[in-house]
Design a binder for this molecule. Structure first.
Ligand code: SAM
Length: 424
């Protein structure tokens, strides 16, 4: 298990005041937007400009969370005559501009530094004097700023008894969707085993992102809780179900919203879009009929953010007549998505026929959705009973990109002595 790489400012504590002052205070300080450390991290992760005040040369000192805990534990173990106050912290200094550049590097320079006027009450220095902690508690900080940034998982803290932080880390262990679903209690959820392992792979890159997710068809409502458990940083989970009994679904997690109605009828669509007009993930686990699947795709794919993911569950139903399907049924939603693969490769047949003409079985000539014509379909994956359609980051039909041949030694395919792309 890795230690959470959190650094906190200095704390001054008396043994009797540890809880009120040191620990609670530190948790309050960790909220994004309140510290020199966290606000720029959030800005860097979101590729927003990072504010640096003044010329950024003012130094700050940060103490690694494990060192703070070591200090507090040592203080609790110390002689009762030691009354303090005692500074616990790390005297190592880093300038604000160094800190900002570090974040830029760690987030691959997606942000820019923006220099702002120096704040009036911005202290020039906040270096703690920890001489007393060193001499009386014998706990110099173990982690230096540079080591912490370079090495996210330092060795365990010196105290062998489980600290609250260890306990927190333990209980925060990340569970897979597969485990969350299989161990779920309360509201039921209905998924096939292969979906769970697939979702773990498909959604892993989004796990820590502030995503929003729409699920069409929630039934007993349990899947919404599984998503909420899995995507801890998510902002919104919208579940829509046509069954009026879903009105009674209640959740402790305020991020979960349930809309009752036919997902493809105007009232429910308006309620969903009133909550959000853009989603990272849309899962259609509704009626599984050809008609509804096509309608959901046409209505909700445009709401996906660029790079977003549209999943159709239980596409096995599309082999069944009762769902408007059938193996050789050219009108089924399955046949449509198979044709959509050709649209992903449109650049290779664009001179032969228009997309409108190619899809005329499903749309009359003028009603092919614009997002298909514009090249927003990036990829389609067919698995047993799941179809996944990814939205392009930018719409294009020239998806292949340039041919890139590297090296200068071409002994087998010589291209007539001239490497393709070589400048004459
Ligand atoms: C397979 S269940 C959903 C299971 C749920 N996603 C889960 O993981 O436990 C299908 C649900 O879709 C709902 N449904 C059917 N047609 C719908 C529509 N047009 N709009 C919204 N929900 C619909 C049904 O009422 C039913 O509750």
């Amino acid at each position: 298990m890795s230690t959470v790489a959190v650094v906190v400012p200095i704390y001054q504590a008396r043994p009797s005041e540890i809880e009120q002052f040191s620990l609670r205070h530190s948790l309050a300080q960790l909220k994004p937007g309140r510290t020199v450390l966290f606000k720029p991290i959030v800005q860097a992760l979101q590729a927003e400009p990072i504010n640096v005040y003044g010329d950024g040369t003012q130094p700050r000192s940060f103490c690694y969370a494990d060192d703070l805990i070591d200090g507090v534990m040592s203080l609790m173990d110390s002689d009762k005559d030691l009354t303090g106050p005692i500074n616990i912290g790390n005297p190592g200094e880093v300038t604000m501009v160094e800190l900002a550049e570090k974040k830029l590097r760690m987030t691959q320079f997606k942000s820019k530094l923006v220099f702002m006027p120096l704040l009036q009450d911005d202290p020039r220095s906040r270096q703690p004097d920890i001489a007393e902690a060193q001499s009386k508690l014998g706990c110099p900080p173990r982690y230096r700023w540079k080591t912490v940034c370079a090495k996210p998982s330092p060795t365990p803290a010196k105290h062998s008894i489980p600290t609250e932080a260890h306990h927190r880390n333990h209980t925060m262990e990340l569970k897979s969707i597969d485990t969350l679903h299989r161990t779920k209690t309360g509201k039921t959820s209905d998924k096939w085993a292969s979906y769970l392992t697939y979702y773990d792979e498909l959604f892993a890159p989004l796990r820590h992102k502030p995503i929003s997710l729409l699920e069409i068809g929630v039934q007993n409502g349990g899947s919404q809780e599984t998503w909420a458990e899995y995507f801890k940083e998510a902002q919104l989970f919208v579940g829509c179900d046509i069954d009026p009994k879903c009105e009674a679904l209640r959740y402790n997690d305020p991020r979960i919203k349930i809309i009752v109605g036919d997902a493809n009828a105007a009232p429910a669509f308006q309620k969903i879009t009133a909550l959000s007009t853009s989603f990272d993930i849309v899962i259609d686990d509704g009626s599984h009929t050809s008609h509804d699947i096509l309608r959901s795709f046409i209505n909700y794919f445009p709401l996906l953010k660029p790079g977003g993911t549209f999943v159709i569950e239980d596409s096995c139903c599309l082999y069944m007549d009762g769902y408007g399907g059938g193996l050789l049924n050219e009108q089924s939603a399955y046949a449509f998505f198979k044709r959509l693969i050709d649209v992903v490769n449109f650049q290779f047949w664009r001179n032969d026929i228009s997309i409108n003409n190619y899809l005329r079985t499903y749309f009359d000539l003028r009603s092919t959705p614009q997002f298909i014509l514009d090249g927003w379909i990036d990829s389609i994956e067919f698995r047993n009973s799941i179809i996944t359609i990814k939205k392009a980051v930018t719409p294009t039909h020239d998806k292949l990109g340039e041919r890139i041949i590297v090296g200068t030694d071409a002994q087998v395919q010589t291209w007539g002595g001239k490497l393709p792309g070589a400048v004459a």
